[in-house]
Design a protein around this ligand. Structure first.
Ligand SMILES: *Cc1c(COP(=O)(O)O)cnc(C)c1O
Length: 356
């Protein structure tokens, strides 16, 4: 008998590679924003008084929570804030998925969902996307202990809801379980399910500052749901760690929220660059999904995805490739600046030319 027999073992989530600051690479592998946060964030950071760090932060994250509530048209008791949406999602799994019935989510989606289910010992069942990487709605109309949908989905980039009734049908068919809608990428052209929160008490919409607000390094995420749901989430949060959000995160998050103009300008720049990249890749014979996110999901025709991934890496361009069924032929390429994407396309041309 060893203490190791009692370890809570889990196979961890594998994040994209973060090169050291000194390495000069074009980093298109973790869906970070290519532009910095708002200049207002820069100003707030430079003016930051270290003396404030002596004090514990607001346990209820009130300043940021209230600003988010105002920004999205909700009341403070409908908003929960966490350390990135990973923290929010993890807390939501722990709080709401406590049934003998399985939680359901697609085979191809954010690869953290099964990891949280495993670490918390939550039963789950995988529902395959169809051949076009779309959710099959009827798969979510069965008995379940919860539902998780990323919309737009990752790594496909596909938005499931030109018309939000797609999500509404799933939420209304499952009043006995919580439906989590992960909207990490919604600001880049998806349609939001936030409107359903007013109508249904079993939907939790999760958002992040990491992508559209260029805050991946700051760690801010939030969830919007009915007051009862937010109270249950807070009960669990206060039972794990009362002070999740540090003072600078709260203050800089407020500064970010105060600059809608910059937010829209940078998000629109990414959308334009994404559409340009899709066109360039399609004209080179790639299959490209209709991504509504800050990445493109593309499958090359004249070279394997794996080889292209490796060759790009040798040239200092990092993209993401998974050695997994149904994903092996595809690359997920984060949208960088126009210049970075031009360099990407030039390198793809050089690599594929030397093939044939
Ligand atoms: C990036 C991402 C997250 C996590 O983002 P945080 O940095 O933890 O806020 C959650 N869900 C999806 C689908 C993502 O792509």
């Amino acid at each position: 008998m060893s203490w190791e027999d009692n370890v809570r073992r889990v196979t961890p989530y594998v994040p994209g590679e973060q090169p050291g600051d000194s390495e000069r690479v074009i980093k298109l592998n973790t869906n970070e924003m290519p532009y910095p946060p708002s200049p207002k964030v820069d100003m707030a950071l430079k003016a930051y008084d270290a003396a404030a760090l002596r004090l514990y932060p607001a346990a209820d994250v009130a300043p940021l929570r209230d600003a988010l509530a105002a920004r999205y048209g909700f009341s403070a008791d409908e908003v929960f804030v966490g350390v990135g949406s990973d923290d929010v999602l993890s807390m939501a799994f722990l709080t709401f998925f406590n049934s003998d019935k399985p939680v359901i989510f697609p085979d191809i989606t954010y690869s953290f969902y099964d990891v949280w289910a495993d670490v918390y010992r939550i039963k789950y069942e995988i529902k395959p996307l169809d051949k076009d990487f779309r959710i099959v709605k009827s798969d979510y109309m069965c008995e379940n202990g919860g539902i998780v949908i990323a919309n737009p989905n990752a790594p496909t980039g596909i938005s499931q809801a030109e018309d939000i009734s797609f999500i509404e049908d799933i939420v209304s068919a499952n009043p006995q379980s919580v439906v989590i809608v992960d909207e990490a990428y919604v600001d880049f052209g998806g349609s939001t399910a936030l409107g359903l929160v007013k109508k249904y008490d079993n939907i939790l919409v999760v958002r992040t500052f990491s992508k559209s607000r260029a805050f991946a390094g700051m760690r801010i995420g939030f969830a919007i749901g009915c007051p009862k749901m937010i109270k249950y989430l807070n009960d669990v949060k206060y039972s794990v760690n009362s002070y999740t959000m540090n003072r600078p995160a709260i203050d800089l998050g407020l500064a970010s929220l105060s600059d809608d103009e910059y937010f829209e300008k940078t998000v629109n720049a990414v959308i334009r660059t994404r559409e340009w990249t899709k066109t360039e890749l399609r004209s080179r014979g790639f299959a490209v999904t209709d991504s509504k996110t800050n990445f493109v999901f593309a499958s090359p025709s004249s070279i394997s995805a794996k080889e292209l991934f490796e060759k790009l890496r040798e040239r200092g361009i990092y993209v993401r490739w998974w050695d997994k069924d149904r994903l092996r032929d595809w690359l997920r390429i984060s949208v960088g600046t126009d210049e970075e994407m031009k360099v990407l396309i030039e390198n793809i041309d050089t690599i594929t030319a030397s093939k044939g």
